[in-house]
Design a protein around this ligand. Structure first.
Ligand SMILES: Cc1cc2nc3c(=O)[nH]c(=O)nc-3n(C[C@H](O)[C@H](O)[C@H](O)COP(=O)(O)OP(=O)(O)OC[C@H]3O[C@@H](n4cnc5c(N)ncnc54)[C@H](O)[C@@H]3O)c2cc1C
Length: 214
């Protein structure tokens, strides 16, 4: 069987012997894949690049305006990266409210949260009694989704799970519970809490009974 065209965090731990920061994952183009990597691991690229540039600058001892600008930008980016891990901080432009999620391309975590929000909300509003055409369209959507989800090894896991447990599209409740089960398999694999699927409507459609979301 041919090797997958992307790596996983495990491949990196086992095979690259420190060539990349731990947790860093390569995409099909052989370059670091942001949407397969958590931001903490991703930001280490910026930091090591910044350190390397700084070292090179000291060694050459040339201080042109251009190189100073480049180093300052890299250092600021690294500072912003560190701040972003903490939630907020100084941005690359010196602003005091850098917000990674609002300003930067998504990492694996942000993409995952946004995608689950879309998938569970879509299931929560799926018809109670879908027509044959609606059922077929939903199956196609999920199949296409699992081909194109931009974290390669996440998509591969999903495709494998969907072979064993194909999407249930016969009703809103069946789709929502199937999606909940898929998400719980990922939660389990990642060591996260298992979600109580009885709370699906409260979480994704109606909001809690105390009205705090109304
Ligand atoms: C299809 C898919 C596959 C993924 N595969 C991987 C992978 O292989 N490896 C990896 O590292 N990351 C993977 N991710 C990302 C991962 O699942 C998380 O999205 C990411 O780690 C962020 O987690 P989180 O704790 O913020 O909450 P998330 O897991 O993103 O959950 C968001 C919210 O959904 C609710 N929720 C949690 N579980 C359920 C459930 N079972 N049913 C309904 N609602 C629920 C909770 O309120 C939670 O706050 C995948 C994401 C997707 C969409």
């Amino acid at each position: 069987m041919p090797a997958p065209a992307y790596s996983t965090p495990e491949d990196n731990r086992e095979n690259t012997a420190g060539a990349l920061p731990p947790g860093m994952v390569l995409g099909p183009d052989g370059k670091p894949c942001r949407t397969c990597t958590d931001w903490k691991s991703w930001s280490k690229i910026g930091k090591s690049k910044s350190k390397k540039e700084s070292k090179e600058s000291k060694e050459s001892n040339t201080t042109t305006t251009t190189s100073q600008t480049g180093n300052t930008a890299s250092a600021a980016a690294a500072a912003a990266a560190a701040a972003a891990v903490a939630g907020a901080g100084t941005g690359t432009d010196g602003s005091s409210s850098f917000n990674y999620e609002a300003e930067c391309p998504p990492d694996k975590e942000i993409l995952g949260r946004a995608t689950w929000t879309f998938l569970h909300t879509m299931a929560a509003y799926y018809p109670e009694k879908p027509s044959a055409m609606e059922q077929s369209t939903m199956k196609s959507l999920l199949s296409s989704f699992s081909q194109f989800y931009p974290c390669g090894y996440c998509a591969e896991h999903l495709r494998q799970e969907m072979k064993v447990d194909p999407p249930k599209v016969e009703s809103r409740k069946e789709l929502a519970w199937w999606m909940c089960g898929m998400h719980n398999k990922v939660n389990e694999m990642l060591g996260k809490d298992i979600f109580d699927c009885n709370k699906l409507d409260e979480r994704w459609r109606d909001g809690p009974a105390d009205g705090r979301c109304d």
